[in-house]
Design a protein around this ligand. Sequence first.
Ligand code: SF4
Ligand code: SF4
Length: 288
Amino acid sequence: MNVSLRRIADNAIEILIQGLPLPIINAIRRYALAKVPTMAVDEVAIIANTSALFDEILAHRLAMIPLYSEVAIRKYAEPPPEVCAKCTASEAEEKPPAEVCKKCFVHLYLEAEAVDREIVVYSGDIKSEDPDVYPVYNNIPIVILAPGQKILLELRARLGRGLEHAKWSPATVAVSRYVATIEVDKKRCNLCGKCVEVCPRKVLELSNTEIKVRDIYECILCKQCINACPNKAIDVVPKSDEYILYIESSGALKPATIVREAANILISELEELLRKVVEWRGRKVTAQ
Ligand code: SF4
Ligand code: SF4
């Protein structure tokens, strides 16, 4: 198997993978969307809201703001549902002790008031009690306050997974795609250049003597070049053992962290499956 980094930026990673079955690459892609945990606002206590937005809309907007989670995924626990259920129980004695919640929840606050002119409240106005958990972007508008309006909110953020709600998904885009092979039949090609003109990714270029492939990894197999060719001289087919995995991050986690965590979760689940199979080996199973 060969794995190489094609591109990496603050918010995206593109990896070239050879010799790994597509279902495994797809599993990593899906785990990146659904199983890698991040922090997100899960509860909002509305102490005051005289803005034009309903409480629910305000809470939803806050939940969708990506929170920096690189440190939090190791620092915080994911609350088991049975413990969390007790948090909302009416009898005080049933609630879990505060130190349990501290392991799971981060408190953040948002307070703003428009006195004599209209103001826009941004994600950057949110204050967190944990310096390791904060809005990734400061410029996400939350609400516009007219003069005299105010909000005072207490937010509780916790670790969760995209499987539960998209607000916890660290990846905004996760795709795997085939790598192409492009063949030009020189006997048929008259160098008309039509394939070069229509290619949306500028993969092809025309020289004096031939059609050249500028960057094969840019090809998205759209086949527009094939359709445009008057002489049926060009063909594009997917390779059977080379793929590109592309992940774009919400900013909550670095793109490389998303891939690493997704692969780790997949490996640990497969190890668990293997352990079970080894445990069952040799057991006689009687059908009921
Ligand atoms: S298949 Fe599409 S992207 Fe690839 S070379 Fe042809 S026109 Fe360009
Ligand atoms: S469109 Fe066909 S004939 Fe024209 S340059 Fe491309 S491959 Fe050659």
